[in-house]
Write a protein that binds this ligand. Structure first.
Ligand code: ADP
Ligand code: MG
Ligand code: ZN
Length: 622
């Protein structure tokens, strides 16, 4: 049912008056009273933005405000419940041209006093408001949120494309959007079709939100931003009506940008899961689709959305005519990371040994957010150590912290536990070093960090997009090196390898089911992914006999990796013992210390003939 805003407010006042029993007026007397024009909250909002309002007066204990327009006319507006305080503050903060009468500027304390006396009344207001909100498809309740959208604009505008590094393709794509918004006719005149929707997708922390904010900063057009979760609200119908309001408002102020962050919260494919309470989300999504179809190049509104999970999005969103541009925002490569370091090192003096190049080399796989975090940690350490510039040491320590978590005290460990941890980590490091396709070992430590009691840091030498079969095999052996060392030395394992085992199981399963690397099951993919299956129970698209074979293959791969680790550790037992002893003494071994320890491998193998070569052959055991 549609109710116009004015009737709605009248109705609300009437209901209020009746409910509270404070005022009773007949219809006859109301018409003869001098009537001040009533402006709805959203009209007021627009009027304030357009600079048409000169003065607003808040009255103690009343949710009706008196206002004066620049042309002298006075008006009355009823504020949505509980917004009075924030609205007054918002006005003071954001609309310097509006004179706010401070007689009853509502502070939190006066609110409490107020609550005592008018609590029942307020309760009524809220109730009536909720009822009306539902009647009117949530239109009323969503006004508050429009105001919030507006407010964010000012803080958004200081981000520019210069703040986004290493994402050149995405910037190029979005720059085109900016050009269109600044001069739409140039594009229209030659019949160029500008996309309606741009979907930014990629792992968390790669700068998707940052990019969208930069477009706003660059384009200088109204920018409406919301997170997907804002749509999923408590009242039925509110999400859909928010979408409607959002597009309506954007259309009014076109050219404009609408940005919905984390759109997967609303845009998950419909009917995919059996979880209850999806109806609201589906309604919202449907409304979103309707709105996207309802505007075109002429409208001058561009819809940008971001997600970490493009795989779960409803296919309807991705059809041409909706998000016709899909821009991948990926983890940066070496050059990108160097640029990101440069951006985030502004105002943070780097020492000569900690230049962007070295930092970029040490951080493969890091996202922009990871790098920002790393530099901040390094700056904190530098300040704590009272140094003038950030050195390589601070970067190194920050890196450990960022990767493995903050250090924990190990005083509660018994000597035996310390030994187990030392052998476990030495096992990882030794197997990783001996195998040619595992990533080089940078650091080994038995100082607890985060959830790990000890840790071994191995970093690839360069960025990798592809992993070969032998790399995966060697990685598995390195991961199992810890557990196997425990077994060899102490005769029984501890619970310390749980995480290693989890990762190994994942690698082996993927090798068999996704990469067809088991060698025995042909070039097939086994199992359906998210979005491919109708529901969780139909992910198995193979026979039960095949399921058995898959399990056997996974088992075989893991057994082989364990055997490989066992042979290496047995052959190089002396180096393992030496490294564990060094770890117990020094707790952390860096690259130099490791090089010295590993040097024994070559001298030992030279003395023993060819044991090092033998270990290389081991890889080919099946
Ligand atoms: P996403 O939305 O992709 O999860 P964000 O945009 O929220 O990532 O990034 C978080 C923070 O990480 C940014 O505010 C910025 O400080 C930093 N950051 C991420 N990517 C970049 C980049 N490409 N260039 C510069 N800083 C970045
Ligand atoms: Mg984000
Ligand atoms: Zn381990």
């Amino acid at each position: 049912m549609e109710v116009t805003s004015t009737t709605r407010i009248r109705l609300l006042l009437l209901l209020l008056a009746m409910a509270s029993g404070l005022v009773v007026f007949g219809i006859g007397s109301a018409t003869t009273m001098p009537v001040t024009p009533v402006m709805s909250f959203s009209e007021l909002d627009t009027a304030i933005d357009r600079g048409q309002v000169s003065r607003i007066e808040f009255r103690e204990g009343s949710s009706t405000i008196q206002g004066t327009l620049r042309d002298g006319t006075t008006f009355q507006t009823l504020l949505p419940p509980l917004t009075t305080g924030t609205f007054a503050q918002d006005l003071v903060d954001n609309s310097p041209t509006v004179e706010v009468s401070t007689a009853a500027r509502v502070t939190s304390t006066s609110w409490f006093a107020l609550l005592g006396t008018v609590a029942p009344l307020l309760l009524m207001v809220v109730l009536v408001w909720v009822i009306l909100a539902r009647m009117n498809g949530g239109k009323a309740a969503s006004k508050k949120f429009t105001a919030k959208t507006q407010k964010k604009q000012s803080e958004l505008q200081d981000v520019t494309f210069a703040d986004v590094a290493g994402a050149n393709e995405a910037v190029l794509e979005l720059n085109e959007i900016r050009e269109f918004l600044t001069d739409p006719d140039r594009f229209r005149n030659i019949g160029a079709k500008i996309p309606k929707g741009v979907l930014l997708y990629g792992p968390p922390g790669t700068g998707k939100t940052l990019l969208a904010r930069a477009v706003a900063g660059e384009a200088g057009v109204p920018f409406f931003t919301l997170a997907g979760s804002d749509f999923v609200e408590m009242f039925a119908g509110v999400g859909a009506s928010r979408v409607r309001d959002l597009f309506e408002e954007a259309r009014k102020q076109a050219p404009a940008i609408i940005f919905v962050d984390e759109i997967d919260a609303v845009g998950r494919h419909r009917g995919g899961s059996a979880v209850a309470g999806n109806e609201e989300r589906e309604q919202t999504l449907n409304q979103l689709l309707v709105e996207m179809d309802g505007f075109d190049v002429e409208t001058g509104v561009i819809f940008i959305a971001a997600t970490n999970r493009p795989d779960v999005l409803d296919q309807a969103l991705l059809r041409p005519g909706r998000f016709d541009r899909q821009v991948a925002v990926d983890r940066p490569d070496l050059v990108g990371r160097r640029q990101i370091v440069a951006v985030h090192a502004k105002g943070k003096p780097l020492g000569p040994d900690a230049n962007p190049e070295t930092i970029a080399r040490r951080t493969p796989g890091f996202t922009g957010a990871d790098i920002a975090n790393l530099l901040n940690e390094a700056a904190l350490l530098t300040a704590r150590r009272d140094l003038a510039v950030i050195g390589q040491r601070e970067i190194d320590d920050a890196l450990d912290r960022v990767i493995a978590g903050p250090e924990r005290s190990t005083t509660t460990l018994s000597d035996k536990e310390k030994q187990v941890i030392a052998y476990h980590e030495a096992g990882h490091a030794l197997v990783g070093h001996v195998l040619p396709n595992a990533d080089p070992i940078h650091k080994v430590s038995i100082i607890a960090r985060g959830k790990a009691l000890g840790w071994t840091l191995s970093l690839p030498e360069k960025d990798k997009v592809l992993r070969s079969q032998s790399e995966l095999t060697d990685d598995m052996a390195m991961l199992l090196g810890g557990r196997i060392a425990e077994e060899i030395i102490f005769g029984e394992p501890t619970t310390g390898a749980a995480n290693d085992i989890e990762i190994v199981s994942g690698i082996a399963r993927s090798m068999v089911t996704e990469y067809a690397m088991s060698g025995n099951l042909g070039l097939q993919k086994f199992g359906l992914g998210v979005g491919e299956a109708y529901n969780a129970s139909t992910t198995q698209n193979y026979s039960d006999q095949m399921a058995e074979k898959i399990d056997d293959e996974i088992r075989r791969l893991i057994d082989n990796a364990a055997e490989l680790a066992r042979q290496i550790l047995t052959v190089h037992r002396d180096v393992l013992d030496h490294m564990a002893a060094e770890l117990i003494e020094h707790e952390t071994l860096d690259k130099d210390a490791l090089t010295t320890i590993f040097a024994r491998l070559t001298s030992v193998s030279a003395a023993a003939g060819s044991s090092h070569d033998a270990s290389l052959d081991l890889r080919h055991l099946n």
